[in-house]
Design a binder for this molecule. Structure first.
Ligand code: HEC
Length: 161
């Protein structure tokens, strides 16, 4: 019985080590900074810093992969979050958004923060300080709203011409 226990343990240990050979690719290839959110939208530093701190790990190519991001199985989970997160909102690739899409992304981001849905709940305990402060969320939402108003004004302008 003891022997079986040891053999099973050894098999599990080998399986764990073999699983590490599977390296997830995070596709964090550098994207031109000029295409990024900061360069395209010029948010002030309060907003920019908050987004970098709270959102960029999953929503950009500038994410920092923590050590457990290189260890299976957490690596797999993390990779999935980054892939799904960037499919919805990618701060590294703002240049390819139409003005309408940009406005929609900003509105959604504001809503997710106001409803405390982002950052994801399980991310927060591991990243103290990642939850945006209410005043930062408010600053972001006000700014996002002003961007939308600017855009509507521009559209009216072109419609009138
Ligand atoms: C731990 C990774 C992680 C962090 C950090 C994170 N997100 Fe997300 N976010 C995701 C994932 C994963 C999805 C996709 C969820 C889905 O597909 O259901 C997502 C989706 C979104 C969406 C799209 C929601 C929708 O319903 O379409 C918005 C907007 C968003 N996040 C905003 C933010 C903002 C703003 C921050 C920072 C305050 C943030 N996220 C931080 C992982 C993250």
């Amino acid at each position: 019985m003891r022997r079986l226990f040891w053999i099973l343990g050894a098999i599990l240990a080998v399986a764990f080590v073999l699983a590490q050979l599977h390296r997830p690719s995070f596709d964090l290839s550098p994207v031109a900074a000029s295409a990024g959110f900061d360069a395209q939208m010029h948010p002030d530093s309060q907003i920019s810093n908050m987004l970098h701190q709270s959102c960029y790990n999953c929503h950009s190519a500038q994410g920092e992969i923590p050590w457990y991001g290189h260890v299976w199985p957490t690596s797999k989970l993390l990779q999935k979050d980054v892939r799904r997160g960037r499919a919805r909102l990618d701060f590294s690739n703002w240049a390819n958004l139409s003005p309408e899409m940009s406005a929609i992304r900003l509105r959604d981001a504001c809503r997710m923060m106001q409803e405390s849905k982002m950052p994801l709940w399980y991310y927060r305990p591991m990243h103290p300080g990642s939850t945006p402060k209410p005043e930062d969320t408010n600053a972001f939402c006000l700014w996002a709203q002003s961007q939308r108003l600017d855009q509507t004004a521009a559209q009216l302008q072109t419609a009138r011409q």
